[in-house]
Design a protein around this ligand. Structure first.
Ligand code: URA
Length: 204
């Protein structure tokens, strides 16, 4: 299946209660062949109206942070764990995450990114498959079976807490270094994109 066929198959998704309150399914945006993917939590008010992830205040900050790492939105792919807006921007319920995460995993399988940056606790825990706090893992590399995971604080959280914003800016500079080293490794023909010893799962 192609990414656009998956998108089409979800336009009328009724897998969970969020279907009744949404304007539209917010599937994802960007380069379908991206080697870097960013994963957030769920659409908010503006994303629900426009059908595009990260177009509100957190999205503006994300765009600025991406640019600080030398990345443009058109070169990466951005999606959320949850594709429909939870009412009043409440946290997604566990059964909503269970219903929607297979679609995120399908997106990852189709795009085949080398690197996935998870934004905040929901995306990080969904992709790790375990409950580990973002405070512990942000800015560290975790090698998973199909890609390298690089957890980051969520930009919306950083908008409300100045100390998280400076940590997030620092992590984007670490990401820039990681991308530079990955690019060099690829140029030299090495077969692994992993450039530093990744964090072992038993460390957290
Ligand atoms: N927060 C998210 O996690 N995703 C969006 O698309 C917007 C805000």
């Amino acid at each position: 299946m192609s990414l656009s066929a998956l998108h089409d198959s979800l336009r009328n998704c009724q897998e969970c209660r969020l279907a009744s309150g949404r304007t539209q399914v917010v599937f994802g945006t960007g380069n379908p062949n991206a080697s870097i993917m960013f994963v957030g939590e769920a659409p908010g008010f503006h994303e629900d109206k426009q059908g595009i992830p990260f177009v509100g205040a957190a999205g503006k900050l994300l765009t600025e942070l991406l640019e600080s790492a030398g990345l443009s939105r058109s070169q990466i792919y951005i999606a959320n764990v949850i594709k429909c807006r939870p009412p009043n921007n409440r946290n997604p319920e566990p059964d909503e995450v269970d219903a929607c995460q297979p679609f995120l995993l399908q997106q990852i399988q189709l795009i085949k990114p080398h690197l996935v940056c998870s934004l905040g606790n929901f995306a990080t825990q969904t992709l790790l498959g375990r409950k580990v706090g973002i405070t512990k893992v942000h800015g560290r590399q975790v090698q998973l079976t199909d890609f390298l995971l690089f957890p980051l604080y969520h930009p919306a959280a950083a908008l409300h807490q100045g100390n998280l914003l400076s940590a997030l800016r620092d992590d984007f500079q670490k990401l820039k270094q990681l991308l530079d080293t990955m690019a060099k490794t690829q140029q030299e023909g090495a077969d692994s994109p992993v450039v530093r010893k990744p964090v072992q799962m038993d460390l957290f």
